[in-house]
Design a protein around this ligand. Structure first.
Ligand SMILES: [Zn+2]
Ligand SMILES: [Zn+2]
Length: 152
């Protein structure tokens, strides 16, 4: 576990303690491959048994304090509803209630967020997502070509 993941776990435990009154018994890590969602609860399913495995947060929001906090509360809400055999989906009335009480968005996706998507200038594949327009240099790993802002 690297230090960024350790900090993430510490933050998640603090948030969980203040919002739910308990420490979450689950690992937390940043995942740089999460491009479409801000975070996710990874779980296994065998027969009717759901077992939460870990919570992953997109690396792209590691510096965005406010969004990171909201995303952790969002994923923790899925986690606790699952642990208590409740409906943990986005349509669940309990999930919606938690989102209002704790102040996070129900859909933790990039859609609707002011993000900038950088693509490979040759094959147009997404290479990076950022919250500012600061120029990104470097070549894409796919085609070794310059990267550019995706046209909306
Ligand atoms: Zn969700
Ligand atoms: Zn390419």
């Amino acid at each position: 576990m690297d230090s960024a993941d350790r900090n993430l776990a510490t933050k998640a435990r603090e948030l969980s303690l203040s919002a739910f009154g308990v420490f979450p018994d689950i690992p937390f890590s940043f995942n740089s491959r999460l491009k479409r969602v801000l975070g996710r609860l990874v779980y296994s399913k065998s027969r009717e048994m759901l077992t939460p495995l870990r919570i992953e947060i997109s690396s792209s929001i590691s510096d965005n304090e406010e969004l990171l906090k909201k995303t952790l509360l969002h994923e923790l809400s899925h986690f606790y509803l699952m642990m208590n055999d409740r409906d943990f989906s986005h349509n669940s009335p309990e999930f919606r209630k938690l989102s209002q009480e704790l102040g996070f968005d129900i859909v933790a996706e990039y859609e609707g967020l002011p993000v900038h998507i950088w693509v490979c200038s040759v094959c147009k594949r997404t290479v990076a997502i950022s919250f500012n327009r600061r120029r990104k240099n470097g070549l894409s790993s796919c085609c070794k070509a310059p990267i550019e802002l995706q046209e909306k």
